[in-house]
Design a protein around this ligand. Structure first.
Ligand code: SF4
Length: 202
């Protein structure tokens, strides 16, 4: 009963995301451009990722910590924002959702990004740091906190420098032109499309 409920909820959430061709999500900017293309092209393969227990565990952890922060700080959870950029002569919308947004006593914004991980090796991960830097740009926030919950360590890192717009435009160009696939060498190892991908790193 519970398993069915969790999986149904996860699937509904996944299917509710309809991708508009002029919208680029912040999460897309920090991952393999070719994988984004394949997720649209091979939806039946893509959907299997929804049932990954580690992803479900991460979702539940987000819900828990977001609720705790909302109840104890001047905080909102799952806050959306969008901003336009010009890429290769066209307007694209960069859209993102901060896990938690806190306003401090001076009305300055703090973005909190929650991450779960199987291990605490190599923290903070560079793609998580860049993601938070893009949120700082998107929300015009002063401060970012990257929180990790792992079986071995619960820790946090401050990230206070927003990513510059020129780099964000370059990352968007990567997606549009399928340049720099994969974005990080480790991505192919965990990619459901590695069986069909010409750019796979072996
Ligand atoms: S196998 Fe590697 S290059 Fe190909 S889509 Fe997956 S992550 Fe990208």
């Amino acid at each position: 009963m519970i398993t069915e409920f969790i999986l149904k909820r996860k699937l509904e959430d996944y299917l509710s995301h309809v991708r508009d061709e002029n919208t680029i999500y912040v999460t897309d900017l920090v991952r393999c451009p070719r994988k984004i293309k394949y997720e649209n092209q091979y939806k039946e393969l893509s959907i299997t990722q929804v049932y990954e227990p580690s992803a479900i565990l991460g979702d539940l952890l987000h819900i828990g910590l977001e609720t705790l922060l909302k109840n104890n700080f001047n905080a909102d959870a799952e806050v959306e924002a969008e901003r336009n950029i010009q890429v290769l002569g066209k307007t694209y919308k960069i859209k993102g959702k901060a896990d938690v947004l806190i306003k401090n006593e001076n009305d300055k914004k703090i973005v909190i990004e929650i991450k779960s991980s199987r291990s605490d090796k190599g923290l903070p991960h560079i793609h998580h740091k860049i993601q938070l830097q893009i949120y700082l740009w998107l929300f015009s926030a002063e401060k970012g906190i990257l929180v990790y919950i792992t079986p071995d360590r619960i820790t946090e890192y401050e990230v206070n420098d927003p990513l510059d717009e020129a780099t964000i435009i370059r990352y968007a160009e990567d997606i549009i032109t399928l340049r720099n696939a994969p974005k990080f060498n480790w991505e192919c190892k965990y990619c459901v499309f590695s069986a069909i991908c010409p750019s796979k790193l072996s």
